[in-house]
Design a protein around this ligand. Structure first.
Ligand code: ZN
Length: 326
């Protein structure tokens, strides 16, 4: 259905509470377990409890940002959505090369083949095995965004190829695009390439850009028409109004870009999770960040846009004229 927000348990038309716009609840691949154990998230019980804390603090929607075949598990995500009673938006697309490695099959297929798989995830349902084996068993759980990662301030061959496949999938379906900006960089190059491919800038969410503290860059990103996703506040929760997220937010508000910001935790690190013995816990975004932003001078209307309204607008699929899976 067009104009809706696609979650793993069905389409929605509104977000009632706080939207967590770049999250990690399940990250479970052999590669992650081996090379990145600090972000290895495999426990549904812990995820349900952590997300339930977010819900108590006001969250109603969580965007899970791991795309296909790199540790995503849509069956477990649907279980978390049901048990914690939050809407979860899943991603398709591809992440950074470090989550696949040079021998991964996604490096050896065509752009069209990739785009077809993204579209199938968005329109038909995500494979229960997440494209890790020869059997594909599509679930009823569909992706709501298509993700692409680039590797820095300039695009390499892999970046360009994946941007093209992701751009195609977004244009064919009307699904919004979520990007990974490595160290916050590369956002302008991503927007330039995706808009060339026909994706409206207003349907692009640029993740991690508050890792950059270049004011000119952040303002230029907002001027491009894309939405900026700020997610450094949990890492700097003790910094209060001096955190990069808060400083970047104030900068954009000064320039009139209240409609260009969404917030997330990028909380993949186990040390950020309350349920795994870390701090401050993912709920902090909904329970504490609003009062930090208020203390920094952000008004209630802007706060509603940052926490909810902008996410609701950008997650709605656009109307497309051609058939989605053609
Ligand atoms: Zn992430």
């Amino acid at each position: 259905m067009k104009g809706a927000i696609r979650t793993v348990l069905g389409d929605r038309f509104a977000i009632e509470g706080v939207a967590y716009m770049h999250e990690h609840l399940i990250l479970d691949s052999p590669l992650i377990a081996d090379r990145f154990p600090h972000i290895h998230l495999h426990d549904v019980v812990a995820a349900v409890a952590e997300v339930a804390r977010c819900r108590v603090a006001g969250a109603t929607l969580v965007l899970e940002a791991m795309p296909m075949s790199a540790g995503r598990d849509v069956v477990r995500l649907a279980e978390v959505a049901r048990r914690a009673e939050v809407d979860i938006v899943a991603a398709t697309g591809l992440h950074h090369d470090r989550y696949y490695g040079p021998r991964h099959w996604t490096n050896f297929v065509s752009i069209d083949e990739l785009a077809d798989l993204f579209v199938a995830d968005l329109v038909d349902g995500i494979d229960a095995f997440d494209y890790t084996g020869p059997i594909v068993r599509r679930t009823s759980h569909r992706a709501g965004v298509v993700k692409v990662a680039t590797s820095g301030s300039s695009l390499d061959d892999r970046d360009r190829r994946n941007l093209q496949a992701v751009g195609q999938a977004s244009v064919r379906t009307g699904a919004p695009v979520l990007t990974h900006c490595e160290e916050g960089k590369g956002g302008l190059e991503q927007v330039a390439r995706l808009t060339e491919l026909g994706v409206p800038a207003s349907a692009i969410v640029l993740s991690h850009v508050d890792k950059s503290d270049d004011p000119g860059y952040l303002v230029a990103l907002a001027e491009s028409g894309a939405v900026l996703e700020f997610d450094q506040s949990l890492r700097e929760w003790e910094a209060g109004v001096n955190s990069r997220t808060v400083r970047s937010t104030l900068l954009l508000l000064e320039h009139g870009f209240a409609s260009s910001i969404v917030l997330g935790t990028d909380g993949a690190r186990r040390t950020l999770w309350h349920e795994l013995g870390g701090a401050p816990g993912l709920a902090w975004l909904a329970s504490h960040l609003p009062s930090v932003l208020r203390a920094a001078g952000v008004g209630d209307d802007d706060l509603d846009l940052l926490l909810r309204g902008n996410a609701e607008r950008v997650l709605r699929w656009r109307t497309v004229h051609a058939s989605g899976s053609g």
